[in-house]
Ligand binder design. Structure first.
Ligand code: BES
Ligand code: ZN
Length: 643
């Protein structure tokens, strides 16, 4: 018999497991008192897990990495807190897992087999794993193996790595891919500490989003142990295995990368310790011990992923001039916004990314000066304007989209990032920097190691900022920012001199000026990006040829600049650059750098045909998430052909 709703609420509250925004596991650093407003159990539309009945407190993994079979094999053990004493079934998330055995145990007792059932696979959510839980059971152990097509794993052949000699494996759990390599409660509502033992072929190194025991030791015996003592949401559990070296960049910071890459990476990211110190000064103590970077092969589908203690990063941010280090600022900032205070569901994604984008700009300004901060803000605002025109569903243009029934990866647009950041920049402008920094620090401190909903933030904002400074910003204005698909009229749009200069140079060039007269020698990646992004849609072949001859875009070693150029190439059907464009699409798997090119190609029938042919050749090299995203772009173009 299930508990009545009010009895359930009472038991959650007394267990200290529910206070609107809060997840259960005890934080090792002192946690602030819970929020006081009334609690509703939160339902995550992207998980099958019955979190109102059980909460994971500790996860223990013991996995063997089999490169030949492209499988992880082993066990996951979950220590559970029982919230609903009457519940007799534990429901976990899985996707494409083969379950071999499920056992349960009392807290200290021996394991015994229990009944279980793998439900039908939902195309977005995967299959619920329903496990019978006897009344005294407090632990479950699942023996399983992953599928070679697991959505959260990419298995690379040696030829896809820098060294070309060893295979490589990495995970990408955000948003809901952890379930494709671990059976667990795959929802950011639940936080758990974890421990892992990972067995790999000898000579390769395994690293995780955890304490990496042998940061700079030379042992590569293929048997590695990890511990993440702080409770984290499932999307931050991460593993990579490859021929990795380590180089320190500071007291608490360093880089892991293939030997061919590690030196350049350490140079590029030499400012990391400095960023960490500045962050702490403004937003409070760094609570995770070390902060290292792992540089992945070029098929990594994102620029960066904020796995705690060990950010995963694309090699495309190593440009040799430190011009894309805002990516490190961004992933580092997630150590506060996201990893410490976590979006409770993927509908609250802007609490992770909008906050982090604001923090990124704030840190970049702090370290490199106001001009650089404004450049970052301006490029973001510029992207946002383009994105708002593309998004057809009005709620996708708000900070509260309804993603139930949809893949949360589809909401990774500029809206949560840049509209979120624009909103926070607006509040900063209204209340003043000192006041707003302190307010944000208070938000992180008071919600540390918890998950929060948008409503929790709005209540906190109203209480801690609006009410203390009456008449500055109304609640109605806040609601407009959150719920309207438009940008409020009084938004504070960033201004950047650097981009104003680029606008003038572009105009001069379009007017016939020579490349040499434009004085582009000192331009940053961001300036080149902006130069290309704001080119008119009407360049002819001669103009495109003149551009390429002047600036050598087709052969750019900078994948960001190359990507923006190939977007123009596709838009203008500039065929001379197609071979170079194809090489770009085959050599990089970062979605930000390939999806826009595919999207432009897909806009015309001939372009679509080319895109399909290139994709057919490139898809095996892409991560399953990128494969899926490109497939969606092309399928959509087929379903709605261009006029
Ligand atoms: N957490 C995100 C990446 C992500 C989001 C993965 C949603 C899966 C689902 C990461 O912090 C991020 O925002 N990466 C950006 C970095 C950029 C904004 C500096 C990226 O990959 O481009
Ligand atoms: Zn992010």
């Amino acid at each position: 018999m299930a508990l009545s709703r009010s009895a359930l609420l009472a038991s959650l509250m007394s267990a200290g497991l529910l206070s609107a925004c809060c997840t259960p596991a005890p934080a090792p650093t002192p946690a602030a008192p819970p929020e006081t407003h009334a609690a509703e159990p939160i339902v995550d539309p992207h998980s099958h897990a019955n979190t109102e009945a059980f909460r994971t407190q500790l996860l223990r993994l013991d996995l063997t990495v089999d490169f030949d079979a492209r499988r992880l094999r082993g066990t996951a053990e979950l220590d559970l807190a029982r919230i609903d004493g009457a519940a007799d079934t534990l429901v976990l998330d899985t996707r494409d897992l083969r379950i071999d055995r499920v056992e349960v145990a009392e807290r200290e007792g021996a394991y015994v087999a229990t009944d279980y059932e793998l439900g039908a696979a939902d195309p977005v959510l995967g299959s619920p794993l329903r496990i019978r839980m006897p009344a005294a059971a407090a632990r479950v152990r699942i023996t399983y193996q992953t599928s070679p097509k697991a959505s959260g794993l990419q298995w690379l052949t040696p030829s896809q790595t820098a060294g070309k000699a060893h295979p490589f494996l990495f995970t990408q759990s955000q948003a809901i891919h952890a379930r494709s390599w671990i059976p667990l409660q795959d929802t950011p509502l639940v936080r758990t500490a974890y421990q892992a033992r990972i067995r790999t072929p000898k000579g390769l190194l395994a690293v995780m989003s955890a304490e990496n025991a042998i940061a700079d030791a030379d042992t590569r015996d293929g048997d590695y142990q990890f511990s993440m003592p702080q409770p984290i949401p499932s999307y931050l559990i991460a593993l990579a295995v490859g021929n990795l070296r380590f180089q320190a960049t500071g007291r608490r910071t360093g880089v892991y990368a293939e030997p061919e890459v590690v030196k350049a990476a350490a140079w590029e990211f030499a400012d990391t310790e400095n960023m960490l110190e500045r962050c702490e000064a403004i937003f409070g103590p760094y609570r995770w011990g070390r902060y290292d970077l792992l540089i992945l092969p070029p098929s990594f589908p994102y620029g960066g992923m904020e796995n705690p203690r060990l950010t995963f990063a694309s090699p495309t941010v190593i440009t040799g001039d430190r011009s894309l280090v805002s990516l490190v600022a961004h992933e580092l900032a997630h150590s506060w916004s996201g990893n410490l205070v976590t979006n409770a569901t993927w509908n609250d994604f802007w609490l992770n990314e909008g906050f982090t984008t604001h923090l990124t700009n704030r840190i970049m300004e702090e370290i490199y000066g106001p001009a650089r901060g404004n450049e970052e803000r301006a490029i973001g605002a510029n992207d946002l304007k383009d994105t708002l025109e593309l998004l057809e569903i009005p709620s996708d243009r708000t900070l509260t989209p309804d993603l139930a029934g949809r893949d949360p990866d589809d909401n990774v647009t500029d809206v949560p990032y840049e509209k979120g950041a624009l909103f926070l920049a607006y509040l900063e402008a209204k209340f003043g920097r000192a006041e707003f920094d302190a307010f944000l620090r208070g938000w992180f401190d008071s919600h540390a190691f918890r998950s929060a909903r948008t409503g929790d933030f709005l209540a906190y904002l109203e209480r801690e900022l609006l009410a203390r400074h009456p008449g500055v910003v109304s609640r109605a204005k806040v609601d407009e920012w959150i719920h309207s698909p438009e940008i409020p009229d009084d938004a504070v749009w960033p201004q950047s001199d650097a981009f104003d200069r680029v606008d003038r140079s572009r105009d001069e060039w379009l007017g016939g000026a020579t490349a040499a007269s434009l004085q582009t020698a000192q331009w940053s990646t961001r300036q080149w990006q902006y130069f290309l992004d704001r080119m008119p849609d009407t360049l002819d072949d001669a103009a495109m040829a003149r551009l390429d001859a002047a600036f050598d875009f087709s052969d750019s070693p900078n994948a960001i600049i190359a990507s923006r150029w190939f977007r123009l190439v596709a838009r203008h059907q500039y065929r001379k650059a197609y071979p170079a464009m194809q090489r770009h699409l085959e050599s990089v798997g970062r979605m930000l750098l390939i999806n826009p090119v595919y999207r432009e190609l897909a806009a015309t029938p001939e372009g679509l045909e080319l895109a399909q042919a290139v994709f057919a050749g490139a898809r095996d090299g892409y991560h399953p998430i990128a494969r899926d995203a490109v497939e969606k772009i092309l399928d959509r173009a087929v379903a709605t052909p261009a006029p």
